[in-house]
Design a protein around this ligand. Structure first.
Ligand code: FE2
Length: 326
């Protein structure tokens, strides 16, 4: 008897993915509906997936690697785990400053790391830059998740890239000193704690606020409504942003389906699914694709430090340590 894959007329596509959002299942189901190619996903942390690809070598079943961090993709390239892909669609649809120069991976959503502030306690314009959160007047008023989070590591890596290690150290120390509590929980927990009055500002990816604002849980919607989203550094290099990115593995058995999948991820139809489903920004920054991202409005994302995030993330980890940011 034919297997399900064969019945659909094509070999399955095996994806190793660090993404863990509901919208991804819908995206994969749509890909199958359009192409007949079944998508089989293995979910784990990027570091684990990279280790797994290394140890499996040419026997790996994976065709595609997906992470939510350009630095991890750069490491996968250095480890020889990805193969270059040439695609006009991918080149046309993604910013040149935010992808691998040789096409080993391409971004498909933009993930801005901004700041939320309590609407009733923080005046418009009071917080404009990440630097504000390190000022003495913010003592005991700031929240952030652990420095073990890749999101914080890439933020600090961007500060190192733009301002140097000393400035980054000073900033990390200042914020660590201003924290209202030792880091705990994820970004959503920081937003909820600001809404609950535990602090006045928190560092968070914008899509987590989107998830709260559009939650089925009324308490979460209330928490989201209590804060204002700020995209920092608009008069400077722009808001730190990372990406979801995908690349085809070195030993892919189904590289052609992998290329189709990557091209599918940047199609307007799928970009709209992300904008409306996980509230990430389209990689094209076309804000007309989703109501929430349109409401937040235009902002400049920092493209200048982007390709240095991987190289500088070990330095970021070291600086967080010495700054006492747990
Ligand atoms: Fe996330």
């Amino acid at each position: 008897m034919a297997s399900a894959g064969a019945a659909l007329g094509a070999e399955a596509l095996h994806v190793y993915s660090h993404r863990h959002y509901e919208v991804d299942q819908k995206v994969n189901a749509l890909f199958t509906a359009k192409t007949g190619i079944e998508v089989k996903v293995v979910n784990a942390e990027a570091d684990q997936l990279i280790e797994r690809l290394k140890s499996e070598g040419k026997d790996s079943p994976a065709d595609v690697l997906v992470t939510v961090d350009a630095a991890r993709m750069q490491r996968a390239v250095e480890d020889g785990l990805l193969q270059p892909v040439k695609s006009e669609i991918l080149e046309k649809s993604t910013p040149g400053a935010m992808r691998d120069a040789d096409g080993h991976w391409y971004p498909f959503t933009l993930r801005a790391r901004g700041i939320v502030v309590a609407k009733d306690r923080v005046k418009e314009g009071e917080v404009k830059d990440y630097a504000d959160l390190a000022k003495p007047e913010w003592r005991g008023r700031v929240l952030a998740r652990s420095s073990t989070s890749g999101y914080n590591q890439s933020l600090l890596a961007s500060i190192i890239a733009a301002e140097g290690e000393q400035a980054a150290q000073k900033w990390a120390k200042g914020v660590a000193k201003n924290l209202a509590r030792p880091p705990q929980g994820g970004d959503r927990d920081q937003i909820k704690a600001v809404a609950a009055g535990l602090a006045d500002a928190a560092i968070t990816n914008s899509y987590y606020l989107g998830m709260l604002l559009h939650s089925t849980d009324a308490e979460e919607r209330k928490a989201g409504a209590a804060v204002r989203m700020i995209f920092p550094n608009q008069s400077g290099r722009g808001t730190h942003a990372n990406v979801s990115a995908a690349g085809i593995t070195k030993h892919a058995k189904n590289a052609e389906a992998g290329r189709k999948y990557l091209e599918f991820l940047v199609s307007p139809e799928v970009q709209k699914m992300y904008a409306e489903g996980s509230f990430e920004h389209p990689i094209s920054m076309d804000l007309s694709l989703g109501g929430q991202i349109k409401a937040w409005g235009e902002f400049k994302a920092d493209e200048t430090t982007f390709l240095k995030l991987g190289e500088l993330s070990p330095a970021a980890v070291r600086i967080f340590d010495s700054a006492g940011w747990k």
